[in-house]
Design a protein around this ligand. Structure first.
Ligand code: BTN
Length: 257
């Protein structure tokens, strides 16, 4: 069944997020479609959605498996001031986690910085891309993939590491209701994040990574240690075995314990 956009719009409580929607039955990647929109003055809050992606992409050049009609693949176009850019990587996974909490009894966790896990498997992934013009941001593209009614077991590539709401709940979830919750949560958190540290604390409290032995790949090399904490910008503080600490801005974490 195709997404009923009107039913999403009826549930929106937002000022700007999702108020303009571009809906595509099939596209390579919503990140690329949104980039074209953004270059053509697409207003902040525009959501670009696709039923299916033929070249869905994840972080670090990976593929995002994007079968048609089952899941949510969306990119939000935002035009934040530079000082709010970092908050997008915190707000997006937290909005997904809070939408899951609002609509189900599941307890999502976040793998730093922005994978959403349920029962140790990945249910949602996020990629943030931005275009700068000198010292300011032209636009940011927040790409969110959520496995909603995906029969993950049938996809041998990801069956062991991924999950979906359907797998966890044993029944289908309305994509329209979930999407509206996600967009509502996103805007509320995005606004709150500008006003203090509460949103960072909410994100931190769901971080699966803290206190764990990890391996982290960043800037072309690999380091190991304990994920001690995050700082006020969301950087991961890694405590190495020699007692030294480093703050990591972006990287790929593997949990070792
Ligand atoms: C990751 O976990 O590595 C990030 C996955 C991001 C997937 C979403 S789906 C919508 C948007 N379009 C894409 O091609 N990727 C993002």
């Amino acid at each position: 069944m195709w997404l009923d956009l009107r039913s999403v719009q009826e549930r929106l409580e937002t000022e700007f997020v999702g108020r303009r929607a571009v809906y595509l039955t099939s596209t390579g990647s919503t990140q690329d479609a949104a980039r074209v929109e953004a270059e053509n003055e697409g207003v902040s809050g525009t959501v670009v959605l696709a039923e299916e992606q033929t070249a869905g992409r994840g972080r670090f050049g990976r593929t995002w498996v994007s079968p048609g009609g089952k899941n949510l693949y969306l990119t939000l176009i935002l035009r934040p001031p530079m000082e709010r850019l970092r908050s997008l990587s915190i707000v997006a996974p937290l909005a997904v986690a809070m939408a899951i909490e609002e609509r189900t009894d599941l307890s999502p966790r976040i793998k730093w910085p922005n994978d959403v896990l349920v029962n140790g498997r990945k249910l949602s992934g996020i990629i943030v891309e931005s275009e700068l013009s000198g010292q300011s941001i032209k636009f940011a593209l927040v790409g969110i993939g959520v496995n909603v009614n995906f029969d993950v077991e049938e996809s041998s590539d990801v069956a062991d590491i991924a999950t979906s709401l359907k797998r966890e709940l044993g029944k289908e979830t309305s994509r329209e209701e979930f999407l509206a919750s996600l967009l509502n949560q996103f805007e509320a958190l995005y606004e709150r994040a500008a006003r203090g540290t509460e949103v960072l604390k909410e994100w931190r409290s769901r971080l699966e990574t803290l206190g764990r032995e990890i391996q982290v790949t960043f800037g072309g090399h690999v380091d190991t240690g304990v994920a001690e904490d995050v700082d006020s910008d969301g950087n991961l503080i890694l405590l190495r075995s020699d007692g030294s600490r480093i703050a990591i801005e972006a990287g790929e974490v593997t949990l070792r314990t």
